[in-house]
Design a protein around this ligand. Structure first.
Ligand code: SAM
Length: 242
């Protein structure tokens, strides 16, 4: 994976996910108080995937979203891409257990340079992944490149609440308590300290909406979830005019 100046962040993130893969699902449930399930459900409802539609799930990790896409599409082919072999291994086991092996292909690759032709998928999604990549704009450009004209780029990600005093409370939990809970439950502190650090550097909901627009996506909409702890962004690639 050749990305020059992006290497240190990329390598660090890679080592974090290689190390927490086995505990990722249970930690997600615990640290988000299972809110991530509701956010995923809301997202699928807004996407309204139709039978037979295709999707690429970038930074698919342990494949929760990949599987939801496959279920909604029923027969359409779904690809999941991630650079952590350990996360993909957990994902592959879930795919097989749920009988979706024929429908889902998992690939080890980098979100910064997607190994697909232009205009390949009806949907290209990224769940809790954009915060982790070295260059948000490059990844969104790549997602836009591989989605079909008229198709959608969808991002579900942690975000920054704007409403005080909720904001203060939330930041206290996130910065001071969460890494300690992770230390107790998963014997991981450093890896979960990455979470608040990565959020601080990430754009808020309105800023990310602007970045979606700058990428050239159309009809960009965003939704604040659970008081702005998370946000859903959806943009459409312009249809080709004949
Ligand atoms: C927080 S997990 C999210 C997993 C999954 N999408 C979900 O919704 O639970 C972030 C994932 O992004 C992957 N990732 C981070 N940077 C990446 C990159 N540059 N290329 C590919 N995968 C990356 C990590 O390996 C990890 O599996």
């Amino acid at each position: 994976m050749q990305h020059g100046g992006n290497k240190p962040k990329e390598q660090y993130v890679h080592s974090v996910f290689q190390s927490i893969a086995g505990k990722y699902d249970v930690m997600n449930d615990t640290l988000s108080f299972r809110r991530h399930k509701a956010w995923r459900k809301f997202t699928m409802k807004k996407m309204n995937v139709q039978p037979g539609q295709t999707a690429l799930d970038v930074c698919c990790g342990t494949c929760d979203w990949t599987l939801a896409l496959a279920e909604a599409s029923e027969t359409g082919h779904i690809e999941g891409l991630d650079f952590s072999s350990n996360m993909l291994e957990v994902g592959q086991r879930k795919v097989e257990k749920l009988g979706r092996k024929q429908q889902i292909t998992l690939i080890q690759g980098n979100a910064m340079s997607l190994p697909y032709e232009d205009n390949s998928f009806d949907y290209v999604t990224i769940g809790f992944g954009l915060r982790n990549v070295p260059d948000i704009k490059q990844v969104l450009n790549e997602m836009k490149r591989v989605v079909k004209p008229g198709g959608k780029v969808v991002c579900l990600e942690l975000s920054k609440p704007t409403w005080q005093p909720f904001k203060g409370l939330y930041y206290f939990y996130f910065r001071n308590m969460l890494p300690f809970i992770a230390k107790l439950l998963a014997k991981r502190y450093e890896q979960y300290k990455w979470l608040p650090d990565s959020l601080m550097m990430f754009p808020g909901r309105a800023e990310l909406e602007q970045i979606f627009k700058e990428t050239g996506l159309q009809n960009v909409t965003s939704f604040a979830l659970t008081g702005g702890i998370a946000a859903l962004h959806i943009g459409t690639k312009e249809s080709q005019h004949v």
